[in-house]
Design a protein around this ligand. Structure first.
Ligand code: ADP
Ligand code: TRP
Length: 316
């Protein structure tokens, strides 16, 4: 029997942080043992917030190196880039004709942007539809994401069901997969770790940078345990062990932070070294991406042919 299929992706919009690792990348690696995986670099999704070609290129290559450094094995995983597969944008248009504006106006990302009174571009508004095509073209059984992306996967389910109702059974309905214990990794200020909040610990940080980030963790002096330090620390050690250490060193915030720095360094150093090795052969890394693109294209174009047939534009 063939394995179940998994698809996920990350937007190539900046430097990876440990929230991306525990919330997304680590799951991709762990699950690649059990599933046939498609892992994507969502570069078109990054376009609405990044309009600088040099930076765009750098970000794509950086995310590719990140994926390789966390040991996503290209033999087990189809590693590809969204913009290599034109079917994603083609299917977006077709979905646009069945998705209503009031429905998309209920999406969190749109509501957040609206609350900030931003002049919202159509791409931001339509973001969940492009994401639905990313998913549905590959008929995955599961889509692992961080908790913040759950609604987007639900939207892709709704779109698949609606298309199937109108045109007949075409798309598999995907399940969202969220690892509960790491659902939201907190940042140095206690809010969700995110590039946009500037509260991250970069995944490939050098020792000095780790030190600086940890020392900047906001500690609340109301209790004995510095909760923001503890919340990050528990990603690196079992809680049973950690609780004892934090009880023994109650109130000693500096010592606890120093221990966290050491634990982060132990965890980051091997990945940082692997990434440096891949950096020496960018051409080789890009060849892996191009090859993954060819494999993804085969799957996407077969599904797209089925869609064209279903909607009636295939007259030849
Ligand atoms: P950011 O918020 O830093 O811009 P992205 O939106 O690019 O991060 O997220 C990439 C992936 O990492 C997504 O699957 C997202 O759910 C996951 N992720 C991002 N931040 C966190 C976090 N703090 N905790 C858990 N998962 C996260
Ligand atoms: N929107 C996702 C994020 O910001 C990235 C993404 C794009 C994605 N397409 C996807 C995730 C398809 C899972 C499946 O993290």
């Amino acid at each position: 029997m063939s394995k179940k299929v998994l698809l996920s992706g990350i937007q190539s919009s900046g430097k990876a942080h440990i929230g991306n690792y525990f919330g997304a990348m680590k799951q991709f690696v762990d699950l690649s043992e059990t599933y046939d995986c498609f892992i994507m670099i969502a570069d078109y999704h990054a376009l609405h917030s990044l309009q600088n070609p040099k930076e765009m290129k750098e970000n794509i290559i950086n995310l590719l190196l990140d994926y390789l450094a966390v040991e996503l094995d290209p033999k087990k995983v189809v590693l590809f880039k969204q913009s290599d597969i034109s079917e994603h944008t083609e299917l977006t248009w077709i979905f646009d004709t069945i998705v209503t504006m009031p429905y998309l106006m209920r999406a969190h990302a749109f509501k957040d942007a609206e609350a900030k009174n931003k002049e919202i571009d159509v791409g931001t508004f339509n973001y969940p539809v492009l994401m639905a095509t990313d998913i549905l073209l590959y008929s995955p059984d599961v889509v692992p994401v961080g908790a913040d992306q759950k609604q987007h996967v639900e939207i892709s389910r709704d779109i698949a069901e609606k298309f199937n109702r109108i045109y007949g059974e075409t798309f598999k309905i995907p399940e969202v997969l969220i690892m509960k214990e790491v659902a939201v990794v907190p940042g140095t200020d206690g809010r969700k770790m995110s590039k946009s909040y500037g509260n991250t610990i970069p995944l490939f940080a050098e020792y000095e940078e780790i030190k600086k980030c940890v020392m900047s963790i906001v500690t609340d002096s109301s209790g004995e345990r510095p909760e923001n330090v503890y919340a990050i620390h528990k990603l690196l050690r079992p809680e049973s062990e950690l609780k004892k250490i934090y009880e023994k060193k109650a109130g000693k915030y500096k010592e606890l932070k120093e221990l966290l720095i050491e634990d982060l360094e132990k965890f980051i150093a091997p990945m940082r070294e692997r990434r440096k090795n891949f950096e020496k052969d960018i051409k080789g890394a890009l060849a892996i991406l191009a090859e993954g693109g060819e494999r993804a294209k085969k799957v996407a174009s077969a599904k797209m042919a089925e869609v064209r047939e279903k909607i009636g534009v295939n007259v030849y």
